[in-house]
Design a protein. Sequence first.
Length: 134
Amino acid sequence: MIRLIVGHKGSGKTKTMIDMINNSVKDTRGNIICIEKQMKLTYDIDHSVRLIDVDEYGIEGGDMFYGFVSGILASNYDISDVYIDGILRILNRDTELLGDMLDKFNKLSGDGIKFTVTVSADTDDLPDSVKKYL
């Protein structure tokens, strides 16, 4: 399952996601992963959430990011929620690539993993490949 939180910079997307993460900690039995570019959420989310900074691992581009996320999921079968903050920063603002990435994540999610992704863009500027997940 894919959930998108879309809006302009400063519209409260990250705050919404932080609330969702902290509520998931209370309601979810599985492990929760939060992926971001630059460590900004360290003090905002519950300490039990695995916070990962893609910059620490030199992640560049869509293929590398997909492999990274796949590797995380392959190493831990107890992951139930994956939160990705600012995916367009990770994908160099490529909205077409974002559509492909969401399709791949949708296949990875199967029945048990929920992906929640923040997208800093206007809904009207997103391609149909992304809009289908709204």
